[in-house]
Design a protein around this ligand. Structure first.
Ligand SMILES: Cc1cc2nc3c(=O)[nH]c(=O)nc-3n(C[C@H](O)[C@H](O)[C@H](O)COP(=O)(O)OP(=O)(O)OC[C@H]3O[C@@H](n4cnc5c(N)ncnc54)[C@H](O)[C@@H]3O)c2cc1C
Ligand code: SF4
Length: 350
């Protein structure tokens, strides 16, 4: 390979792909539309990450520095790809500033868009200032400001975290599970209890998906060690009695209506397809799946591939993913891009 690998998106997946390609001695052009690298954990100001408990600014910031220090990575910030033509080994991309970039292969690591809670108006976001999202709570924790009610700055005595906001909800066209929000919510609940020991924290759920080893530390740990309470419920609406927020619905275990007061309500928002995906699909001539994420080959032998030869995909661009899996997929896509010429020769010989 002589030309660079074009990597679009500088979040965990793109950073991991860039590092892997550069470590193999290959040039990289890394195109990021925002004015800094790091993806959602940095751009949205996440606090301590699951499962490592490292601060996002240290863990993902370290990945950014590692890539910035590579001489063979050409980073283009505030940039995007307008056109992309050619074939594997011989692609030409035009960036929005008119620059052209030649590339052997491309990796789309363009990530996801946070669900916008205004699309779930009956749950109070946008109507009541003390109804917030998990990203807002992450920002409160990472900024050191502490968890406070936005309306008047008081520390809350009672917090409700509502799971599956913008996920597993067919009524609003979002059938998928966002994978990590149960665990992130349990983590946030424990952080609130640690910072505010007198605060009661309740998690409203349909099902709990603290998958794999997270079950012990997060699901059981939050209840046994941190006294977080879980309510299996179908939520109807979030309103206010003038003093406090009221979460109304049905306790689905005892099949009774419930209306419980809180100072703060947190929406555990899901991972929507990137709002740019229609454009990316047209520019790169790659298919989207029925949910609007970038479609990837489903066979085990071709995991990072899209429908277009030489264009690969990694991370949450192709569906909700954790950071660990996004990083692993970035490395897999890098390996697929680097091995492409060799594989083409071998396949031609077969
Ligand atoms: C509230 C919340 C908390 C979370 N906490 C955790 C956690 O603790 N642990 C965990 O494992 N996971 C967590 N996640 C999930 C985590 O955010 C994702 O796994 C991770 O961000 C995916 O990385 P990515 O690189 O695929 O995408 P992203 O982080 O979305 O990065 C994509 C990058 O591509 C750029 N981009 C997008 N479109 C374009 C374009 N058209 N042109 C150029 N650049 C573009 C974006 O600006 C961004 O920099 C959390 C998610 C949420 C919602
Ligand atoms: S991980 Fe949990 S909160 Fe997130 S969508 Fe899946 S079940 Fe709902």
């Amino acid at each position: 390979m002589s030309k660079p690998v074009l990597i679009v998106g500088g979040g965990p997946a793109g950073l991991s792909a860039a590092h892997a390609v550069a470590s193999a001695g290959q040039k990289v052009v890394l195109v990021e539309k925002e004015d800094r690298l790091g993806g959602a954990p940095i751009l949205s100001g996440y606090a301590r990450l699951v499962p490592s408990h490292e601060w996002a600014k240290d863990a993902i910031g370290g990945m950014v520095t590692r890539v910035e220090n590579r001489e063979n990575v050409d980073i283009r910030l505030g940039a995007s790809v307008d056109t992309f033509a050619g074939n594997p080994g011989d692609f030409v991309a035009t960036l929005k500033d008119g620059t052209t970039v030649e590339a052997d292969a491309a990796i789309l690591a363009t990530g996801f868009t946070h669900f916008d809670s205004v699309n779930k108006p009956e749950w109070g976001f946008g109507t009541y200032p003390d109804v917030v999202t998990t990203t807002q709570v992450e920002q409160m924790l990472s900024s050191g400001a502490g968890v406070k009610c936005p309306s008047d700055g008081r520390a809350p005595d009672r917090v409700a975290i509502l799971l599956c906001v913008g996920s597993r909800d067919r009524q609003i066209g979002r059938e998928w599970c966002s994978k990590i929000c149960c665990t992130v919510s349990a983590n946030i609940a424990m952080e609130i209890r640690e910072a505010l020991p007198n605060c009661n924290v309740y998690i409203y759920y349909m099902d709990i998906r603290t998958f794999g080893l997270y079950e012990g530390e997060y699901y059981w740990g939050s209840q046994e060690e941190y006294k977080v309470k879980y309510i299996k419920a179908r939520i109807a609406e979030v309103t206010s009695d003038g003093k406090r927020l009221l979460v109304k619905g049905e306790d689905t275990l005892v099949k009774r209506p419930i209306s419980i007061p809180f100072d703060m309500v947190v929406h555990a928002i899901g991972m929507d397809p990137n709002v740019d995906n229609m454009t990316l699909s047209a520019v790169f001539d790659v298919k989207l799946n029925k949910y609007g994420y970038i479609d990837k080959a489903s066979t085990y032998a071709h995991l990072a591939e899209t429908n277009r030869p030489g264009v690969f995909v990694a991370g949450s661009a192709s569906g909700p993913e954790t950071i660990d899996d996004s990083i692993a997929q970035g490395q897999a896509a890098a390996m697929a891009a680097l091995n492409m010429p060799r594989n083409r020769v071998m396949e031609a010989a077969e």
